[in-house]
Design a protein around this ligand. Structure first.
Ligand SMILES: [Zn+2]
Length: 407
């Protein structure tokens, strides 16, 4: 068995590691994990947890580090100033975007010091872009977060969760002015971005804008994300461009998704989670496809991250600390009292298991909402006031006609 703990605290940079052929393991989904623990609200995804509950954010970073993550992303998803004053949000007024972003950097840096992990400052899609604001206005929003990442000396930057390549390119161009390495991931599937730009073309534009690492995150399950990254890889090869590849999929099964991904599924954001065994399969397939930055997004808990580290332990030569309490492929079950559970202490059992849904009246797949509302549409325009009762009523009505939700 591979030794536990890995290499010494080298603190090589992200590109140094990837250029040397190392596997870099990303962390998991903070907003979903913290929402389940009671520190984040589904909807605005409240990044102010870094100020309101720093101990919860710190503990989750620690768990991902212990599970084998080499990168700790600052908990700054949806922490842009325009998002923090959107639809009745109090954070911009009462706390300030600056404090939320600074605290996120401090916490991630503190925990990263406890192991061989890098800190990545992250920006994501803005309400300003979806409200059709100008390139200059959107870049100003990114610039505010970037200034804090530079001041706090993070190790590299990630532009993640973009549905429109145009905005992703603006983010990369802004982040690139810092001189730090930039990774860029879009939340798109094989059909491409919301303007119909193919994954291959998206990857080309991101690399031309200055990204050294490109790929996808969120919105789709591992299998779909790998299909998309494969298309990106082919697009880059055709354009004779070089970049490292990255995947941070959902820990949800989403074979029923359309172009808009899992946010269109009626169960979003409270869906059906991947098992650790599903993640073993994902890690192996991502590796075989040539992806060397392998992480997760929404739904990925520390035990999913540990599954990546355990699957790739033969290549990496070591296991994460959290494997001290986890027999590979369930072999700890050999100590179980019940003989039929002891009989499950083997890889073949878990690899071939088809788990039941546990819901006898449910269809096996669901219907995406397919509203097709995107950038520039009236219902996406940013507003400072909370969503009104009237606005909600209109949406409830629209849902009755548009969506096939079982009552
Ligand atoms: Zn996500």
């Amino acid at each position: 068995m591979a030794p536990i703990g890995g290499t010494a605290k080298t603190k090589k940079g992200i590109l140094e590691r990837l250029d040397a052929g190392e596997i870099v393991i990303g962390d998991g989904g903070f907003v979903f994990a913290l929402e389940k623990r009671g520190y984040v609200k589904a909807g605005p995804w409240t990044p102010e947890a870094t100020v309101e509950h720093p101990e919860a954010v710190r503990q989750l970073h620690r768990e991902f580090l212990r599970a084998g993550a080499n990168v700790l992303q600052t908990f700054t998803f949806y922490a842009s100033d325009d998002k923090l004053e959107n639809r009745g949000n109090y954070v911009a007024d009462k706390i300030s975007g600056q404090k939320v972003n600074e605290a996120a950097c401090d916490i991630a840096k503190e925990v990263a010091e406890e192991g061989d992990a890098l800190v990545a400052g992250g920006v994501s899609q803005t309400p300003s872009y979806l409200s059709s604001k100008s390139e200059a206005e959107v870049k100003t929003i990114f610039r505010k977060q970037l200034d804090i990442f530079v001041k706090k000396k993070v190790d590299f930057l990630i532009a993640e969760y973009f549905e429109h390549v145009e905005e992703a390119v603006w983010a990369v161009e802004t982040l690139k002015t810092s001189g730090m390495p930039v990774a860029a991931t879009m939340c798109i599937g094989p059909e491409g971005d919301m303007h119909g730009v193919t994954p291959g073309e998206c990857a080309v534009r991101l690399v031309k804008a200055g990204a050294s690492i490109v790929g996808v995150n969120c919105h789709f399950d591992p299998a779909t994300c790998l299909k998309t990254v494969k298309l990106m890889k082919e697009g880059l090869a055709a354009a004779k461009l070089k970049a490292h590849l990255m995947a941070q999929p959902l820990a949800y099964h989403t074979p029923d998704c359309g172009k808009q991904g899992f946010i269109d599924l009626p169960e979003f954001p409270f869906g059906k989670i991947l098992s650790r065994w599903d993640v073993h399969k994902y890690a192996r397939e991502a590796y075989d496809l040539g992806i060397r930055y392998i992480g997760g997004c929404c739904g990925f808990e520390p035990y999913h991250t540990r599954a990546i580290a355990e699957e790739l332990a033969p290549e990496r030569g070591f296991l994460p600390h959290a494997s001290e309490k986890h027999g590979s492929w369930g072999n700890g079950l050999s100590m179980h009292t019940k003989p039929w559970v002891r009989a499950r202490a083997r890889k073949e059992y878990w690899e071939n298991l088809l788990p039941a849904s546990g819901r006898p009246y449910c269809p096996s797949l669901s219907h995406p909402d397919n509203w097709g509302v995107t950038k520039g549409d009236k219902e996406l325009i940013q507003q400072k006031e909370a969503t009104s009762e009237q606005q909600l009523k209109e949406l409830f009505n629209k849902q009755k006609f548009k969506s096939k939700v079982v009552a």
